[in-house]
Write a protein that binds this ligand. Structure first.
Ligand SMILES: [Zn+2]
Ligand SMILES: [Zn+2]
Ligand SMILES: [Zn+2]
Length: 234
């Protein structure tokens, strides 16, 4: 299947879903986006969700292809419709086929849909302003002038960071789901420590914004988190 945006062949992943089903997800690493057939995202088993998180964490941020303004359905070629949705209090968006063939969602909006990122608090924005002038949008990659803006002028995404609390929730779900692969019993403790480290570095005078300035705020938290998750799955 070809990407809705850049038309390159997408990579097809067959992931475990709920109740023994297999879910096919297509990914374009160039555009940083997934294609989900109808309801596929909802049917992902927790381990599959985590697998997609890892894939996002491993994909290099450099050289991302800007999204086309005309996204097309990979099945019927119809123009996709931009849709705004809400997951708890987090808004996210995706583009759907008007004939119901599925939807195209960026990595970042997938993370928002799964409650994995949250907007920076006013205090964190203030701190960012004192220290850096510009940061790249974690959704579309466009530069955000931090002194003037707290949302991306290009795509409307607020300055956001990884939500470490949600990372713990996902791992807890994994354990409850009793997947075939054993989970390291030390993991919850490790994750709690990871969360403390990340939150401490955001709260204290440590220069967390320095890495955020070069790679993006969500990305800076992500690389730390992925280290712990990968360690737990060995
Ligand atoms: Zn693409
Ligand atoms: Zn279609
Ligand atoms: Zn943006």
């Amino acid at each position: 299947m070809n990407c809705s945006s850049c038309a390159a062949a997408m990579e097809s992943l067959a992931l475990p879903g709920h109740a023994g089903a297999t879910v096919d997800v297509d990914v374009c690493r160039g555009c940083h986006a997934f294609w989900f057939d109808p309801r596929e995202s909802l049917q992902l088993a927790p381990g599959s969700t985590l697998r997609l998180f890892s894939l996002i964490g491993e994909t290099p941020k450099a050289g991302r292809t800007p999204l086309s303004t005309r996204l097309r359905c990979p099945r019927c070629r119809a123009r996709l419709v931009l849709t705004n949705d809400l997951q708890r209090s987090t808004s996210f968006r995706y583009w759907r086929c008007p004939s119901g063939h599925g939807r195209f969602i960026t990595f970042f909006d997938f993370l928002r849909e799964k409650n994995f990122v949250r907007p920076l608090s006013p205090k964190q924005i203030e701190e960012l302003r004192r220290n850096i002038q510009s940061v790249n949008c974690s959704n579309c990659g466009a530069p955000i002038d931090v002194s003037k803006e707290s949302t991306c002028a290009h795509c409307g995404t607020p300055l956001s960071m990884l939500d470490m609390k949600q990372a713990e929730t996902v791992v807890a779900e994994l354990k409850r789901a009793a997947e075939p692969r054993p989970i390291d019993p030390a993991l919850p403790l490790e994750l709690a420590r990871a969360r403390r480290d990340v939150e401490a570095s955001f709260a204290a005078e440590t220069d967390w914004w320095r890495e955020a300035g070069s790679t993006g705020i969500v990305e800076a938290g992500f690389s730390a988190l992925m280290g712990w998750l990968n360690k737990s799955r060995r």
